[in-house]
Design a protein around this ligand. Structure first.
Ligand code: BMA
Length: 369
């Protein structure tokens, strides 16, 4: 009898351990909408099928073109990405066009289309500098974050910026009038010092307060359709460094990192650095019950014909990340692109990469639920 009870207790203990280590499919916001819960669940369940492929601004412009609905990825591989990145910079100024010349009405329509098609939307925000009036790369002052927090001299201006963003978020509704769920990834690459919210530009407490103020503000507006992603630049070398400015388990649903390859000779370094970073992220995600992602990556101009199968895939294939997002193909800068287009030297290899069982495009995530 005693051994029977012991066996039962051991079984219970094993079950408890297993369930603790497997991801719980729910966002941290207790008021998350059903649609947000479903999005989170999709991010979690697709990890079992492979890694979803994403591309920034995929359907609003591409290498040397700017027409709604065209896609360099679709033209090259006959499928759309599973994840679509969007950029809000300049929305907070009340402008009609983003800093990358995309009308916010196009972004609204694009995000609605993606959601209807079963894809995933993620939004970045290169927010202008509220203190100096410069852009997000204006690092001339270390007072910016402090100035926009409550009691700061620019707090009211910052509230106006947040209101413009939340007004836009409120337009993102599906055919039934429900808010479309999406991933919001503000204040990114903060472990670097090239944005006004970066490491050397504000204190740890102020960076965390900025995050907490922003999320609480949107929550109070009833924007319970948002999942929040915290993504560092790829310059950290320990979990302590990655978590130094982590805003809190009660705010963050997704953790990620941004890393780029910058030269042909940098191939091995990119592979090992990406693996080292994902080796840090993976246990954190497991312990905290979060989804992990490669939030931004790429090799500008892709001057390597086998980059997709031999570099990117080698770097990420063994990690339980939900998606990898490639940065944008600019329409007005001939060398500023990170995904192929027909005729680009890595286009065939991209198709080979796409055809792998574990690489998931839009049609794959519709098929594999
Ligand atoms: C950067 C570059 C810029 C762009 C910005 C926001 O990485 O691509 O050209 O304006 O992202 O999308």
């Amino acid at each position: 009898m005693k051994s029977f009870i012991t066996s039962i207790l051991m079984l219970l203990a094993i079950t408890a351990c297993n369930s603790k280590s497997s991801l719980q499919p729910s966002p941290v916001n207790p008021n998350a909408t059903k649609e947000a819960v479903d999005l989170y669940q999709k991010l979690v369940t697709q990890i079992n099928n492979g890694i979803m492929f994403g591309h920034q601004d995929d359907i609003v412009y591409g290498h040397s073109w700017k027409t709604d609905g065209v896609s360099d990825i679709k033209q090259t591989s006959n499928d759309f990405p599973a994840v679509f990145g969007w950029e809000l910079g300049d929305l907070e100024l009340g402008n009609a066009y983003s800093l990358d010349s995309v009308a916010f009405t196009e972004i609204e329509e694009g995000m609605k289309w993606v959601y209807k098609e079963g894809g995933i939307n993620t939004v970045s925000w290169h927010v202008n500098n509220p203190l100096t009036g410069g852009n997000s790369w204006d690092v001339s002052s270390k007072e910016v974050v402090a100035s926009i927090l409550p009691n700061g001299e620019k707090h009211e201006n910052f509230i106006e910026m947040l209101d413009k963003v939340s007004d836009f978020f409120m337009t993102l509704k599906d055919e039934n009038g429900n808010l479309i769920p999406f991933i919001f990834r503000p204040y990114h690459e903060h472990t670097g010092s090239w944005f006004w919210w970066g490491q050397d530009l504000c204190s740890t407490d102020d960076y965390i307060s900025l995050w907490r103020f922003t999320v609480n503000y949107f929550n109070a507006k009833g924007l319970n359709n948002i999942l929040y992603a915290y993504s560092a630049a790829g310059n950290f070398s320990s979990s302590a460094e990655f978590l130094e400015r982590y805003p809190g388990d009660d705010l963050i649903d997704i953790i990620g990192v941004d890393i780029y390859q910058t030269s042909i000779e940098g191939k091995e370094n990119y592979i090992t650095s990406t693996q080292n970073l994902l080796n840090i992220l993976t246990p954190i995600a497991k312990e905290k019950n979060k989804v992990s992602i490669l939030a931004e990556t790429g090799f500008e101009s892709i001057p390597d014909s086998t980059w997709w199968t031999e570099t990117l895939w080698t770097a990420i294939k063994d990690y339980p990340i939900s998606y990898v997002l490639l940065w944008r193909n600019a329409h007005d800068q001939p060398n500023h692109y990170y995904a192929p287009f027909p005729g680009q030297i890595s286009a065939d290899d991209f198709v080979a990469f796409k055809n792998q069982e574990k690489v998931l495009f839009l049609s794959d995530i519709k098929r594999k639920k």
